[in-house]
Design a protein around this ligand. Structure first.
Ligand SMILES: [Zn+2]
Length: 331
């Protein structure tokens, strides 16, 4: 599917690296524990494509260079079972980078499941709610300011006595979807809430869909009724897992948007500039600190889990070949 991809806009960063690659060299194959290809090549090509778009948009060269060199050299340690464990690589950390967002999404699912597991251990009777808070669609140029107001309004809502009353912890993520027909953006917040069972006890504790809507409207300080969705998460491991995945859509979702569309790339990059999309609160925040889990968005993207740091085995170096558009193992 990437075979037609043209690299004309890209200057090879390091010609010497690709010159080292001989024609009889081995192509990198890296599969996950389920045997599925990790698709380094596809992600690298998408990142390069994005770099081309930034170039066409006239962004500064340093940004384009960083994006273009994302994941160029991958150093793995081969385990006894033959599997590869990444131990060193450069990742650009651009908010829209498909390579980096893949790393972020792995890190996110690892961290959140550890946090939620620990929280359930501490509060076994707790229940989970899944809340979605929306605002009206906005134009690209209003995205940045809307995202600021969205998170400020979220903070106002979660400072309310009735919300705090039975709340143990939460994780929130900001997601943006795009309406292709109207050319507008739909920023919204997903929140996974861990609550005391007393939430369901009486009307003093319980918050109905309508009440959530009224409170969100007040927190947003708008004179319309924004769409709010609240649902109880099924009390099974799968139910909670599903809600986590829903909340975790952030790192993946912007990439489902058509980033080949220049205007969308520009709007999202400007809109997300200096914005945090993930937040942990209450017990989740405390546990995250206790487990010494680092920042998902801006932290280490090499070690997405904690178990890769001290691994021993054969060193495998894979280098991106710009001419052949693939990773090859260095001799
Ligand atoms: Zn990157």
């Amino acid at each position: 599917m990437y075979s037609n991809y043209s690299m004309t806009n890209r200057v090879n960063q390091d010609q010497s690296l690709s010159n080292e690659v001989k024609s009889d060299q081995t192509i990198l194959i890296d599969t996950n524990s389920k045997g599925k290809d990790r698709n380094w090549r596809g992600r690298k090509i998408m990142s390069l494509k994005l770099a081309d778009i930034f170039k066409e948009l006239g962004y500064r060269q340093s940004l384009i260079d960083r994006l273009s060199s994302c994941g160029e050299v991958l150093k793995f340690v081969q385990q006894d079972d033959g599997s590869l464990r990444l131990y060193q690589a450069y990742f650009c950390k651009n908010k829209l980078c498909p390579m980096c967002n893949w790393r972020r999404s792995m890190k996110y699912s690892y961290q959140t499941s550890r946090i939620v597991d620990e929280a359930i251990k501490q509060e076994p009777k707790a229940r989970f709610l899944f809340l979605t808070l929306t605002v009206r669609n906005v134009k690209g140029e209003d995205l940045n300011v809307t995202l600021t107001s969205l998170t400020q309004s979220f903070d106002r809502l979660f400072r309310r006595v009735k919300v705090k009353k039975n709340l143990l912890g939460y994780l929130r993520s900001v997601e943006i979807t795009y309406n292709e027909i109207e050319k507008t953006y739909h920023p919204h917040i997903h929140v996974l809430m861990m609550i005391r069972p007393s939430y369901f006890r009486s009307s003093d504790d319980y918050i109905s869909q309508k009440e959530w809507g009224d409170m969100w409207s007040q927190s947003l300080k708008v004179n319309y009724f924004p769409i709010v969705d609240i649902r109880v998460v099924k009390q099974s491991y799968q139910g909670i897992e599903k809600a986590i995945v829903e909340t975790a859509k952030y790192p993946v979702k912007p990439m489902n948007l058509d980033v080949t569309e220049k205007q969308v790339v520009d709007d999202l990059y400007q809109g997300l500039y200096r914005k945090r999309q993930l937040g942990f609160g209450g017990l989740f925040k405390t546990i995250k600190k206790e487990l010494e889990l680092d920042d998902i968005e801006n932290g280490d993207l090499v070690h997405t889990t904690d178990d890769g740091k001290l691994s021993q085995g054969t060193l495998i170096v894979a280098i991106w070949n710009q001419d052949k558009l693939n990773y090859f193992i260095k001799d």
